[in-house]
Design a protein around this ligand. Structure first.
Ligand SMILES: *Cc1c(COP(=O)(O)O)cnc(C)c1O
Length: 219
């Protein structure tokens, strides 16, 4: 199947309220253009430099999502144009995003990343850290960021019941957080291997790369 065919077949399986982020990391701009011409407007990248190079040359109505871990000293390179930052997991990072957003006289939308997988990664907040963050007075004072919702990555495992439990847990956290932040509306969960489970469990945004663009070419 071509990129356009794969894109359309995935779109056809998604409920209308679920946003598809086409994850184009490592892929050449020609591949992104093929998806663009097939109607795709939301692209996800995990390296700020690579995303910025693509933003510079590709059509300006593309919405760029930063889905990877964000280094604070690089926020400035995407502050002018980024549409949504998925991987926010500290007040320090939020303060930097707020500062850079202010410089560009804009508000930058963010998702808080939760650590839901069994894997021992350093990224993502746990429940206590989430509560501490949203109750912090400094957090509440930030005027140029907008928290749109939560993001999480399930464990990379063949045990699909475990994946389902992790997504269910994130959905519960999301509903709980809504009581405090009633405006949140984005739950970013699901990738090529697990997005159907994620959608079942209430995802509103899936991040799909290899099922659209094929295996990644890391060199
Ligand atoms: C690479 C990546 C994806 C897409 O992964 P696929 O398995 O290729 O669909 C989704 N989310 C994040 C955070 C990623 O880094």
């Amino acid at each position: 199947m071509s990129i356009a065919e794969k894109l359309h077949s995935i779109k056809n399986t998604l409920p209308g309220n679920v946003v598809l982020v086409a994850v184009s990391k490592t892929k050449p701009t020609e591949d992104l253009l093929v998806a663009y011409e097939a109607g795709q407007r939301v692209f996800g990248e995990n390296k700020i430099q690579e995303m910025t190079q693509k933003w510079e040359v590709l059509p300006k109505d593309i919405q760029w999502h930063m889905i990877g871990h964000v280094q604070r000293n690089k926020v400035k390179y995407m502050a002018e144009y980024v549409d949504l930052i998925h991987g926010v997991d500290s007040l320090k990072l939020l303060k930097e995003i707020n500062k850079q957003a202010l410089k560009h006289n804009r508000t930058i939308s963010c998702l808080l990343q939760m650590h839901i997988a069994e894997e021992d990664t350093k990224f993502g907040l746990d429940q206590d850290e989430l509560i501490a963050l949203v109750n912090d007075d400094e957090f509440k004072s930030l005027q140029n960021i907008k928290i749109e919702g939560l993001m999480g990555m399930a464990t990379f495992t063949k045990d699909l019941e475990q994946v389902r439990r992790e997504f269910k847990g994130l959905k519960t956290t999301f509903e709980g957080l809504k009581e405090q932040l009633p405006e949140i509306h984005v739950l970013s969960m699901g990738m090529s291997g697990d997005y159907t489970i994620a959608v079942d469990e209430g995802s509103t945004m899936v991040r799909i790369g290899s099922s659209i663009f094929g295996a990644r070419n890391y060199n």
